[in-house]
Ligand binder design. Sequence first.
Ligand code: HEM
Length: 528
Amino acid sequence: MNIMDQMTHRGLAKLAREFGGLVHLRLGMRHAFVVSTPDVAREVLQVQDNLFSNRPATIAIQYLTYDRADMAFAHYGPFWRQMRKLCVMKLFSRKRAESWAAVREEVELLLSTAHASRGTPIDLGEAVFNLTMNITYRAAFGVRSEHGQQEFISILQEFSKLFGAFNLADFVPWLRWFDPQGINKRLVEARGSLDRFIDRIIDEHVTNPKPVDSLDTDMVDDMLTYLDTGDKNTNNQSAQVDDELQSSSFKLTRDNIKAIIMDVMFGGTETVASAIEWAMAELMKSPEDLKRVQQELAEVVGMDRKVHESDLDKLPFFMCAMKETLRLHPPIPLLLHETAEDCEVSGYHVPARSRVMINSYAIGRDPKAWEEADAFKPARFERAGAPDFKGSHFELIPFGSGRRSCPGMQLGLYALYLTVAQLLHCFEWELPNGMRPSELDMNDVFGLTAPRAVRLVAVPTPRLSCPCFRVLSLCFCFLYVNKSLRGLTIMDKELLCFGMCWLIKVDCVMSLKDMKQGETTLDVYTLD
Ligand code: HEM
């Protein structure tokens, strides 16, 4: 195995099988430690997490995050704490209705795309990536900025390449001045493009501010509230916002805003897309489990409407399948941390500024923690006391645990659950060209996330009964009743017709609700 293969989640898991839960490596001048068992993960993420909560950064990360002006790569400390508060309380909060609305509306569009391609293969991986890209883009910039999306995607792609590029200067610092791979030049160009793009959007938002109490603010609107314009009586809305952040005179620069937007784009796009694609692939590879999930959906939701948010809590087996997917395929397989001081782990000395990689992939497949660890078996989570992924069961940490755990978990899970539930409830899925489930390629590739190596292609066939068809059938019944049951009294006929109209009305109410995609109650939409 060459060094690059060894440094992936799979390569490091192999090393752990040979050398144990804590492995020490020397990378040039740097010490690196790999954590691969739940016990050692608990030591670094819970017992001593104050010492393990810094982030390592390469030259590319340092430059592209405006010198760690974001949250994801900021070291642990007062600045990070303020940024985290901003994200948890404002940007990723459930109260920001716009992000949740973006999820519902984009999922509806995905369903329409699948419906339009019924009976023919669609690249589900690509479709799901577009879905999550649209969701995060809309949550960040709002619907006003949709026209520049393609340009933004190109910028993100270049950022992603630069984040993942192997830069010799990271290991031999003096090479940085010679730049033998031409990386410095690319870094300057990439950040320049981002500056031009986001400055334009920030200017648009500054020129057309939304009212403070507006319900459809995007993340840029929310952050502009804290923009430091250098003027105490600025025309931003800070004076009117009375909250904890405001009272601590927290201020953001334009660089902070740009860097946080990139956190959201990188944190929220590929992670969610990869989880959705893996969930669909694992279920298609396991027809018995797929059947159970679809049966549960049919029983709880019924076959004449789509899934609503309130249904999700009533789908225990579906939830087990989602947990099992995140156990086998944590979207961020290696959690990158750095030590703030010298310390000790499992009796070994760990120097300050060591890079610590917590291998969430290896931990999720640790044979001591899991029976048949490599097999997809959602039923294992039906057992009482089975682990969950909220961060206190260290054998399952797809969102990390402790201070640096994922602040976007709620939004990410909502997008994952709603998309997979709708796709499985609204369609039957088959592999193309008679491919058998056992032939599905389940390899992944290593980057910031670990998506499927081969995109999932599948053929959708609509599964729900069409409301229009039901309305037509009821009309025919109505005519039949009127014509055939001549023996009935007027009263009986009226009663029958009343029953049918009630059914039609419910059906129409359902489809109106679907069109609104909201968690509305029946009394909001009546036909009266
Ligand atoms: C299925 C979806 C997701 C998964 C599995 C996931 C997983 C993770 C993991 C493992 C970490 C690092 C934890 C650590 O270092 O210990 C993380 C951090 C982070 N995630 Fe997520 N994430 C998801 C969705 C999202 C979404 C939707 C957003 C934003 C909208 C987001 C934003 C972030 C940010 C900003 C951080 C850095 C936190 C910090 O350093 O303090 N994530 N996520």
